[in-house]
Ligand binder design. Sequence first.
Ligand code: ARG
Length: 279
Amino acid sequence: MKERFLMCAPRHFEVAYVINPWMEGNIARGSKPAAAAQWQGLSALLRRYAEVDCIDGEPGVPDLVFTANAGLVLERRVLLAAFRHAERRPEEAYFSRWFSSHGFEVLTLPRGVYFEGAGDALFDRRLPILWMGHGHRTDEAAAAVIARLFDVDVVPLRLVNPRFYHLDTCLCPLEGGALLYYPDAFDRASQDRIAALVPPALRIAVDAADAADFACNAVNCGRHVIMNRASDALAATLSAHGYELHQTGLSEFMKAGGSAKCLTLKLSEPRLSEVPLPV
Ligand code: ARG
């Protein structure tokens, strides 16, 4: 069965405010045609391997293109995001409406708990756990809520570098169990937690230069890994692990602090225990 992803075309995308360091100095500095072309490049690539659904863009919510933040999907339920910044809160209603009209049961967090969806919550592909980033956008308290609602083990990871403010900017679980990540984005205890759970052979640590190119902000679909850009060294490592790398430039979206993974939300998310073992 083909994987399904949610995307949002950048008709209304621009950098209109600053809520992360990447956006600084970039207000009204974008090119709409370039953003449209880059988004087309990503969506065409993803459509080769998966089905892509689209939510309509809306005026006044330029970051709606970053569908990763819409919520956390597991099976036919979604825990809707509760955005930390007022600028993004109006997106919640649009995403909620889209999910309800597409057969998802929409769950919400208790008032006052912030949570930015799959931007900060990623299922591992080998262990039955959910990695959850906190420290910038998502509250640590969201972990207990998610664990209860979805009956999953949540492993909280503290993010310490403001340029890597969402978990998906610095960590990407890959099919087969490898973990692509940028260790310096995490505090010491979180780095140790990762090392305790993921054996060295499955850890693909990227350096500062690849991290700044959003190499960890990758879309993984089967053995395909799609990202903005990778160094030759990282490309070789991914290939040695059996992945097929696709690079597609997303500089316009990096001005807003996002890249490939942020622009997508995986809608087909079965429980790991129900994924058939490869034959
Ligand atoms: N400008 C957006 C923000 O700061 C970018 C979101 C990127 N999304 C992500 N999943 N990392 O919220």
